[in-house]
Design a protein around this ligand. Structure first.
Ligand code: ZN
Ligand code: ZN
Length: 413
């Protein structure tokens, strides 16, 4: 047996996976990277890996959450309708010119929990609006992009509240490395195998062409109609610039587009949702004709209501995803308070924007065609978890005939 990898080696491997598996970076391609200041070390290693892979220029934009809090404490009320549109326009322009986009995330899940929800909502709305041209290029996969995680002190304290900060940080890094498959003899080969397994699952679901999925279990009696011409995706995907990328490191989900008018019934979240620094717990909603007509949360109700009021599409679904309960992130038993990890621990749905990629020939469909086939449009896209070890999922044909897809959280199809 070979010696276990050192922390530095694991960090270098994560950087290598971010660049070569996540982005699939091409020689001569530009990279726009955002990262928290606490992830400076990883961010530098990513730059090195990117230049070694032939990047023409890496631009790192480091963010500091403490300065976000200063705004809430000291800025004039009018500040909360503002966003740095100049920055987001610059990013959109870089993507239009072929730059790849790498996001390193490590957010404090409770950063804004004590701030005025009204201000949080206004700031989020202004930000979403200013960011939407850049986000559209990302969500339409116009370019190759990827998200990877870095352990930060505030995030680690939230995930491991009973440990000292250094111990919590070590544990969170360890969980990130494991979930990101950095440890085996050949991480790139491990990702190739994992992508192949996810591709077998999407191929099988695409062959079935289900009309709807039915979720049943504690707190769930939900029918999610699937969009006409929907396509399942998962793992590696080819962006419109022809580059194969793994947008989420880690990833365990297969996902597709619900029909925005054909969702009915009720469902409860099986994990808390951390949204822009606020925690929303025990969400329970009821859908009629695709629209959320009742929504409750035991904690964070104000934030949830504000989210649902973002625009008309915020009350409808843009994604449905299946994740087995046996997935490694689920089995870690940890609650990460971060969508990148928690969405890969449980089957989930997302409020808001649909991915045009999740349609057969989606690249060639116009906005109005996508809409006619059932795609939802919104400024937001928020995944929240509805699956557990007790969730059953059936695929329904147009005549209502059911096929078992998952039983007690595991694929049986
Ligand atoms: Zn998802
Ligand atoms: Zn999503």
């Amino acid at each position: 047996m070979s010696a276990p990898l050192t922390f530095d080696q694991r960090l270098d491997r994560l950087a290598d996976i971010a660049v070569n598996v996540g982005l699939g970076l091409q020689k001569g391609q530009e990279v726009v990277m955002t990262a928290p200041v606490e992830a400076l070390d990883l961010s530098r290693r990513i730059s090195r890996a990117a230049y070694r892979a032939g990047a023409s220029l890496v631009t790192a934009i480091l963010g500091d959450e403490q300065q976000t809090v200063l705004r809430y404490r000291h800025a004039d009320n009018s500040s909360f309708d503002m966003a740095p549109s100049w920055l987001f326009e610059g990013m959109a322009s870089a993507y239009r010119n072929g730059a790849a986009r790498l996001a390193v995330v490590g957010d404090d899940p409770a950063l804004l929990a004590d701030e005025d929800p009204e201000k949080v909502a206004r700031a989020n709305r202004a930000r979403s609006k200013a960011y939407s041209p850049a986000l559209k290029l990302i969500s339409d996969f116009a370019i190759n992009w990827a998200i990877v995680a870095a352990a930060t002190p505030a995030w680690a304290r939230a995930v491991f509240p009973d440990d000292s900060e250094p111990v919590a940080l070590d544990k969170l890094w360890d969980a990130i490395f494991k979930a990101s498959r950095v440890d085996g003899p050949d991480p790139v080969a491990a990702w190739r195998d994992h992508n192949a397994a996810l591709a077998r699952r999407t191929t099988m679901l695409n062959a079935r062409r289900f009309h709807a999925l039915r979720f049943t279990g504690p707190g769930a009696g939900l029918t999610v109609g699937l969009a006409d011409g929907h396509e399942w995706a998962g793992g590696a995907s080819t962006s419109r610039n022809g580059v194969v990328c793994n947008a989420n490191i880690p990833t365990e989900e297969v996902f597709t587009t619900p029909h925005r008018l054909r969702v009915s019934g009720h469902v409860r979240a099986t994990k808390p949702l951390s949204y822009m620094g606020a925690l929303i717990e025990d969400i329970a909603v009821r859908f009629e004709e695709g629209r959320i007509v009742e929504a409750h949360a035991r904690k964070g109700q104000d934030v949830l209501q504000k989210v649902l009021e973002t625009d008309e599409g915020a009350r409808r679904l843009g994604e449905v995803a299946l994740v087995p309960f046996s997935s490694p992130i689920s089995q870690s038993g940890l609650l990460f308070y971060n969508t990148l990890f928690d969405e890969n621990a449980a089957s989930h749905i997302a409020l808001g924007q649909a991915y045009s990629k999740c349609f057969v020939g989606g690249d060639t469909l116009s906005e109005s065609q996508l809409s006619a086939q059932g795609a939802n449009r919104s400024l937001i896209h928020i995944d929240w978890m509805i699956g557990s070890g007790e969730t059953d999922v059936d695929g329904l044909d147009a005549d209502g005939r059911a096929t078992a897809v998952m039983r007690q959280g595991e694929f049986v199809i």
